[in-house]
Design a protein around this ligand. Structure first.
Ligand code: G3P
Ligand code: CA
Length: 388
């Protein structure tokens, strides 16, 4: 099994390196010492971009995907209005090389492409990172064609309320997001932090659509390529992060899927290491040689038993902090069906469970941030444990 492919797909130097180091050390030490988030943030070092950020920080996962169709300007805007510290984008390319914000290149589940008879002939079956998918794919559309589509809710069976926004927004380009962030930054008198992921980078490079170069070109155009730029760059494929690290100076985060999975670039290169190897002290030391953080799945922070209930936390927070890596785990969602079993309430899988109890369990481990589909509740939980 490879990582970077979620269940949802089936149907449908750095940051101030020193600041990050400080954040990492104090994320662990601060938690152990009971320091409030503000104190931990203040201790992270001065003069670096991360001084602005709270600990723990809340990353709006695909915007506010708990409330709006994901990766739309409406989803990002609500996240910012809620006060999310960082807004996430996932990037894939169009046929003509433009970067657009989609969680995957298969746009069957998140756009109305199936309702466009002019594109019926584009439906096809492909193998993406070893997974066979049937649908419509961004790399088969020019940007002009893609912009005739409208975004829709990915999981209407769970989030029926969000479907009232179906059709309201188009698929944004990454450049549109950068322009939006500039405008909002001017309006609010502060920098707008982004957390930008390259999706399927090896797959696209083999198609002649490498992601990193056009991404860096845009980052340079909008001044987000520097040491203190308010932009995290993330990928499930370490080689994409290494490539980006040679081109920009901002903070880099290696995403980590389930322990038994392999990054797809490892599969392609014949590298036998799994995520289990990468979360050993040696693996984390290797990641720390080119990145400043990791984005592990929450199960790597606190595993679950066979009933889906939380067990004791692993040593990953301590081990990553020992390598001066920050941790931004993913993804917290408020609905029962996505919560650990011991934090569900009632029998409706789509009702909200004990969200604050579950968030506290994760945040108490000393993680430096968390990706959430519901930034508002994550922000409250972060504030309750001493964040600012
Ligand atoms: O990038 C952090 C998190 O978003 C990773 O999961 O599959 O939602 O991109 P995914
Ligand atoms: Ca992502």
């Amino acid at each position: 099994m490879t990582q970077g492919t979620t269940k949802e797909q089936q149907p449908g130097t750095g940051p101030g390196r020193r600041a990050l180091l400080g954040a990492a050390v104090l994320g662990a030490g601060g938690a152990a010492l009971g320091l409030p988030g503000t104190a931990r943030a203040a201790e992270r070092g001065r003069g670096h971009s991360h001084d602005d950020l709270p600990v723990p920080l809340v990353v709006a996962h695909r915007g506010t995907s708990g409330y709006r169709p994901e990766h739309t300007l409406g989803s990002y805007q609500l996240a910012l209005d809620m006060g999310a510290h960082v807004i996430e984008q996932d990037l894939v390319p169009t046929k003509d090389g433009h970067l657009v914000c989609r969680h995957e290149n298969d746009i069957t589940g998140t756009t109305d492409v199936a309702d466009h008879p002019e594109f019926a002939g584009r439906k096809t079956t492909k193998s993406v990172d070893g997974v066979s998918l049937t649908g419509w794919f961004t790399e088969d559309f020019t940007l002009a064609e893609l912009q005739t589509l409208r975004a829709k809710e990915r999981i209407p069976e769970n989030r029926q309320r969000n479907t009232i926004f179906d059709g309201r927004w188009s698929v944004p380009t990454f450049e549109e997001v950068l322009q939006w962030a500039e405008k909002e930054g001017r309006k609010r008198g502060r920098r707008i932090w982004l957390h930008v992921e390259t999706k399927h980078p090896t797959y696209f490079r083999k198609l002649g659509l490498g992601l990193e170069e056009p991404l860096v070109k845009l980052l340079r155009k909008y001044g987000r390529h520097k040491k203190n730029s308010p932009t995290f760059l993330q990928s499930f494929e370490p080689s994409s992060i290494e490539r980006l690290g040679k081109l920009v100076d901002g903070p880099l985060v290696v995403l980590l899927g389930d322990a038994d999975t392999q990054p797809w670039d490892f599969v392609e290169a014949g590298d036998p290491r799994t995520v289990a190897d990468l979360i050993t002290p040696e693996g984390l030391e290797w990641i720390a040689s080119f990145a400043q953080g990791i984005g592990p799945t929450l199960d790597l922070i606190i595993p679950k038993d066979e009933d889906g209930k939380l067990l004791e936390p692993t040593t990953l927070v301590r081990d990553a902090h020992a390598q001066k890596l920050v941790l931004h785990p993913y993804t917290f969602r408020n609905e029962n069906t996505f919560l650990p079993a011991d934090y569900r309430r009632g029998t409706d899988p789509n009702a909200y469970g004990d969200v604050f109890g579950a968030l506290k369990a994760y945040l108490d481990t000393g993680i430096d941030g968390i990706f959430s589909d519901n930034p508002d509740t994550a922000l409250l939980a972060a504030a309750e444990i001493g964040g600012r």
